[in-house]
Design a protein around this ligand. Structure first.
Ligand code: ADP
Length: 494
């Protein structure tokens, strides 16, 4: 059903009223769109009504004064309605007021018609002007019809009462009714058209709001979808990053595993060689013991056996430490002890070292704390092992000159220095010497009992104890190893 038939089906054919709430809305709309034109039309009709006074002066003769009086009564009523049109509640009664005006004006005209029955042109002119005025002021069709039929009725009664001849009554009545019917047509189609327009306007509005709502919900949907897509995108990007990272980690882990596998194989080969060398020494010289020619030779052989045995023991100790570290069972056990006693022990241990004695090396040390105040709190066994590793390396890799070690303690941080004037380490080797199973250079360490484990073990110990180690070294000039370690003291156990 299209909107036109829909609209026609619903309105009342006579009153043209809408059957629903549209009626109220329409009246508002009609009032707003008619107010100015209606006001203007009333003023125009008033002017014409007065202007007709001039015609009265020519045509009315003896009734001139009477007619003017009527006009003087009617016109101010018109102007009063114009004034009322500026009041707030005018909308409520404007159509009734217009109807009242219409009736007053028509009564005035009817009086003139019955008083001057013989002036037919004057009368018919009056009737036409007055009816068109009624349409112009925007009186609704139904009220216009009521007012007009009332006017016809009043005219007929008045005409009969004043004995106007039949011919005039019929002629005026004819004019009145024809003008009235034309006016009714005009008012009817005008109002119907207006209402239809309004209904279309309402439908358009409704469609507009529907479209707006659909648009809005569409926009919302698009927005929420965009948001969802964006967040999915972000998640995906994160996922891609994460998997790239995992891949990288996996790749690193694989490389490390391969590297460590290689190193372990190399280490095993190395170890079997390292173990075999002192073992051969021990067994070989043990066999020679029986054949020793004199006491001095016997002592020499025994000395070699002991030294090889000690080396073997060192090696086995290193391997045990390393496997403990690898298994993760190495524990740090802290206690309070005298650091100066420990440095003395190290010194005493290495001043008798074969290399030191043979090469006449100058081994010295200094303490950062007074003997009276050198108690610290950390793992003594591990610290001693670290110092042994570093000082023994210096003794091992120094052929002439000096070896010295010292320490300082500041803000509970122990800083240890072990310095020598030995063979030094090539720069490119320096970063690898702390790796497990690494030796700086096989050619250079040749002839020195070397496993490539000491510094790796040292670094791991320090890490476990919250410290770190660094080296600075120059080839053929010497090396300095510095490590730092947080330590407690009398008052503070960390
Ligand atoms: P090892 O001494 O048993 O080979 P380390 O792990 O203690 O094993 O040392 C690793 C390597 O670092 C040694 O092989 C040696 O080349 C080098 N190095 C360590 N300390 C010194 C030092 N004081 N002077 C020169 N080179 C050193």
């Amino acid at each position: 059903m299209d909107s036109r038939t829909d609209y026609l089906d619903k309105i009342n054919r006579i009153t043209l009223n809408f059957p629903d709430e549209r009626e109220r809305e329409y009246r508002n709309y009609f009032f707003k769109s008619s107010l100015k034109i209606s006001r203007f039309a009333i003023i125009v009709v008033s002017v014409i009504y007065i202007f007709f006074g001039y015609l009265d002066s020519i045509v009315a003769g003896e009734f001139f004064r009477f007619f003017i009086t009527i006009r003087i009564i009617v016109v101010p009523t018109f102007l009063l309605v114009v004034a009322l049109s500026y009041t707030k509640n005018f909308i409520r009664y404007w159509q009734l007021l217009l109807l009242l005006l219409y009736i007053i004006a028509s009564v005035g005209i009817i009086i003139m018609l019955v008083k001057l029955p013989e002036e037919t042109i004057y009368s018919s002119g009056l009737i036409l002007v007055f009816l068109s005025g009624a349409v112009l002021v925007r009186l609704r069709f139904i009220l216009f019809s009521i007012g007009s039929w009332l006017a016809v009725f009043i005219y007929i009664i008045a005409a009969f009462a004043l004995n106007v001849d039949y011919g005039t009554i019929i002629s005026n009545g004819f004019f009145l009714i024809s003008a009235l019917v034309i006016g009714m047509f005009a008012a009817y189609s005008n109002e119907k058209f207006n209402r239809q327009n309004f209904d279309l306007y309402l439908q358009l509005e409704r469609k507009n709001t529907e479209i707006e709502e659909v648009n809005k919900s569409l926009e919302e949907k698009v927005l929420s979808r965009t948001k969802l897509l964006n967040s999915r995108n972000i998640e995906l990007r994160k996922e891609v990053k994460r998997s790239a990272l995992i891949q990288e980690e996996l790749f690193d882990a694989k490389e490390k595993a391969e590297e460590s596998d290689k190193l372990k194989s190399a280490f095993l080969a190395n170890m079997s060689h390292e173990i075999r060398t002192p073992m051969n020494g021990i067994l070989g010289f043990a066999n020679l013991l029986r054949e020793a020619e004199d006491e001095a030779e016997l002592d020499e052989f025994i000395e070699i056996i002991i030294s090889n045995g000690e080396h073997l023991l060192d090696l086995i100790n290193d391997i045990i430490d390393l496997s403990k570290i690898e298994a993760g069972i190495l524990k740090i056990e802290k206690s309070e002890f005298d650091l100066n006693v420990l440095t003395k022990e190290i010194y005493d241990m290495f001043c008798k070292d074969k290399n030191v004695v043979d090469n006449n090396l100058n081994l010295s040390y200094s303490n950062g704390l007074d003997n009276s105040n050198s108690l610290i709190y950390t793992d003594r066994v591990r610290l001693k092992q670290i110092l042994i590793n570093l000082v023994s390396n210096s003794c091992k890799y120094t052929d002439e000159g000096s070896i010295e070690f010292s320490y300082t303690i500041k803000y509970n941080k122990l800083k240890f220095y072990v310095k020598d004037t030995g063979i030094g380490i090539k720069e490119e080797h320096q970063k690898h010497i702390f790796d497990r199973f690494m030796q700086a250079s096989t050619s250079r360490t040749l002839g020195r009992e070397s496993t490539g484990l000491g510094l790796a073990i040292t670094k791991t110990y320090l890490k476990l104890m919250g410290g770190n180690i660094a080296v600075s070294s120059k080839l053929n000039v010497g090396s300095e190893f510095i490590f730092e370690l947080p330590v407690g003291n009398n008052n503070k156990k960390i």
